[in-house]
Ligand binder design. Structure first.
Ligand code: CTP
Ligand SMILES: C[C@](O)(CO)[C@H](O)COP(=O)(O)O
Length: 236
């Protein structure tokens, strides 16, 4: 895109690293496991640090991980765009909410899983172009498998048309005011079950969300075999 022709909006990345990685099952939380000699979290922070679209980074971590993150990641690697390290909450949406509370300048906000190390500048740029038009957009890729709706007895109930199915990734990018409004409503609810930020905008505001092309390599490190796949991507 020709950024000289128009003024770029302020962009904040909220990088989530406050999860406990139950499915990974390691004592060290998965976002701090070493991969290619660096913590998993290092990779996405480096991409945001070097991105020409990102002005500021808010890092959300567990309470006991803040000092480690400050000294061993932010200072050690010189991630000068990290303006705040805030404490996360019990669930992912609580961590997003805590990050949203310290946004300094409105504009656009990129929510990204610190457990997704393979975000790249192309994804960040596609997100920017998409959010400027839609106010709400998410990275995704068409699914490669056949997906079935399966009941509690493990019987197939139906087979959705694969052409309509996308596996959703992060970043999920929004006009900051829109996301704050959606999350503000969510936090007043008693029953909350959301697994991504787009769901909050869909459910709370009935706002349309646009999907842009992510990258198949943009995996979330979730279970042990993901680390093997990630090492292979690093060695490419
Ligand atoms: N309370 C939480 C839960 C998750 N996350 C972050 O959100 C992303 C979502 O990935 P996920 O695989 O769900 O992480 P965990 O919750 O750590 O994993 P699990 O569900 O296996 O415990 C991760 O970067 C994780 O650190 C967070 O900041 N705060
Ligand atoms: C936001 C997300 O990464 C999109 O795929 C995902 O939904 C996070 O879900 P999880 O249950 O926290 O793994």
């Amino acid at each position: 895109m020709n950024k000289d022709k128009m003024e770029k909006s302020y962009c904040t990345a909220i990088v989530l690293a406050a999860g406990s990685g139950k499915r990974m099952g390691t004592t060290t939380h998965k976002q701090y496991l070493l991969m290619g000699g660096h913590p998993v979290l290092f990779y996405s922070l480096r991409t945001f640090q070097e991105s020409e679209f990102i002005d500021e980074i808010i890092l959300v971590t567990g309470k006991d991980e803040q000092e480690y993150c400050r000294k061993e990641i932010v200072d050690q690697y010189g991630f000068t765009k990290v303006s705040r390290i805030v404490e996360g909450g019990a669930e992912r949406f609580n961590s997003v909410w805590n990050g949203l509370q310290v946004i300094k300048r409105k504009g656009y906000v990129y929510i990204h899983d610190g457990a997704r190390p393979f975000i790249d500048e192309g994804i960040i740029e596609r997100a920017y172009e998409c959010v400027c038009k839609s106010d709400a957009c998410i990275a995704g890729m068409p699914v490669k498998d056949t997906i079935k709706i399966v009941n509690e007895r493990q019987r197939v109930e139906s087979t959705p048309d694969r052409a309509t199915l996308w596996a959703i990734q992060t970043p999920q990018v929004f006009l900051a005011d829109l996301l704050l409004k959606a999350y503000g409503k969510l936090m007043k609810q008693n029953w909350i079950q959301v697994t991504d930020d787009a769901m909050v905008v869909e459910k709370m505001l009935n706002h349309e969300v646009q999907v842009f092309t992510g990258k198949y390599e943009n995996i979330k490190i979730t279970t042990p075999e993901d680390l093997v796949i990630a090492e292979a991507f690093l060695g490419k």
